[in-house]
Ligand binder design. Structure first.
Ligand code: NAD
Ligand code: IPM
Ligand code: MN
Length: 346
């Protein structure tokens, strides 16, 4: 039997393009991994009417991990309205497999241009809560479509949910530079904010070495731009984490470099690794997508599954490739092949 059994969901748009390169690199590591492809995505839904059923979840559950490209179709297609693919596929996977940690590391690698004039050292990780908050779908509409419409989207925050992700974040801080920043909006979202702040304060007592800070989400966006070096570990809720991590990607070389892990730390369910970016319909099918985020997601996957050596090889090959990137544009496959070749040589 192979060492690793991986489920692969290439998805839509640039998803299959970047996943092809990620798999090249995985193969080049020499890790004994068997991959099984699943067709889920907007394209599959339009062709079959299926998004992701209980039987699909059962077939994914036994895998060691899932690698996902990106999902999402043409935003103007009325058949995809209401985020049915996002909720019915991506969020369904995160919720069903209890991916309560959405781990999004951000680093400005040597040689990579940042849009910031003086970025300094950027090396932090966002621990984004993955199963609660405004993402749970706890909302509704009254008198929809009338001028008296009322729409609600109620954020769910549980003591259990906040504590487990906050504990994970403190453990990250201990393994890194002993700094943790809670990002929220405690001055306005007082009920959820108070729960998060009290949770951090309580767990902090167990981690006296960790310096704990707090920033409101709006101020955090300022500091990410003016002095990103001040951050080590950021812990935040599902929606704030979504927004902050696109900004984090932008300041550290772009969305094409940002990798993530949807982690079930308990190991009850397979964790899922994916680029932070989406299906990018604007550049799909043109071999213009940067596969680096997908490749770095493979590194996160390997590291999560205990293949530290292989993970380090992939990261080193990516760093070398980034440091030597010139002005000439390369295709998605050219970038992937170059990184795979460097991995194979190590
Ligand atoms: P997006 O991330 O797909 O694209 C935003 C911008 O970044 C676009 O200009 C795109 O061309 C560019 N971009 C993205 N990835 C790139 C890459 N690897 N290389 C170079 N440029 C890249 O976000 P969007 O346009 O808001 O969403 C498009 C679709 O993707 C929507 O259906 C959305 O719901 C979905 N989405 C899916 C995921 C996911 O599967 N995890 C994440 C985000 C968005
Ligand atoms: C992401 C995406 C998803 C999210 C969407 C597509 C549901 O933006 O992975 O960052 O909001 O989490
Ligand atoms: Mn996002």
């Amino acid at each position: 039997a192979p060492t690793l059994n991986l489920a692969v969901i290439p998805g839509d748009g640039i998803g299959p393009e970047v996943i092809a390169e990620a798999l090249k690199v995985l193969e080049a590591t020499g890790v004994d991994a068997a991959t099984t492809e699943f067709p889920f995505g907007a394209g599959h839904f339009l062709a079959t009417g299926d998004i992701l059923g209980d039987a699909d979840l059962e077939s994914l559950a036994p895998f060691d991990a899932i690698l996902l490209g990106a999902i999402g179709g043409d935003p103007r297609d009325p058949r995809l309205a209401g985020g049915i693919i996002e909720r019915g596929l991506l969020l369904k996977l995160r919720f069903a497999f209890d991916h309560y940690v959405n781990l999004r590391p951000t680093a400005l690698f040597p040689g990579v241009a940042s849009p910031l004039a003086d970025p300094g050292t950027i090396d932090f990780v966002v621990v984004r809560e993955g199963t609660e908050g405004p993402y749970v779908g706890n909302g509704g509409g009254i008198r929809v479509g009338t001028e008296h419409e009322i729409a609600t989207e109620v954020s769910i925050n549980t003591a259990f949910g906040a504590e487990r992700v906050v504990r994970f974040a403190f453990a990250q801080a201990v393994a890194r530079r002993n700094q943790l920043t809670l990002v929220h909006k405690t001055n306005v979202l007082t009920h959820a904010g108070s729960l998060w702040q009290r949770t951090v304060d309580r767990v902090a007592l167990e981690f006296p070495a960790v310096e704990v800070g707090y920033q409101h989400i709006d101020a955090a966006t300022i500091h990410l731009v003016t002095n990103p070096g001040r951050f080590d570990v950021i812990v935040t809720d599902n929606l704030f984490g979504d927004i902050l991590t696109d900004l984090a990607a932008a300041i550290s070389g772009g969305i094409g470099l940002a990798a993530s892990g949807n982690i079930n730390p308990d190991g009850t369910f397979p964790s899922m690794f994916e680029p932070v970016h989406g299906s990018a319909p604007d550049i799909a099918g043109q071999q213009r997508a940067d596969p680096t985020a997908a490749i770095l997601s493979v590194a996160l996957l390997l590291s999560h599954l205990g293949e530290q050596n292989a993970a380090a090889k992939v990261t080193a090959a990516v760093e070398a490739d980034l440091a030597s990137r010139g002005a000439t544009a390369r295709s998605t496959a050219e970038v992937g092949s170059a990184i795979a070749a460097a991995v194979a040589q190590n």
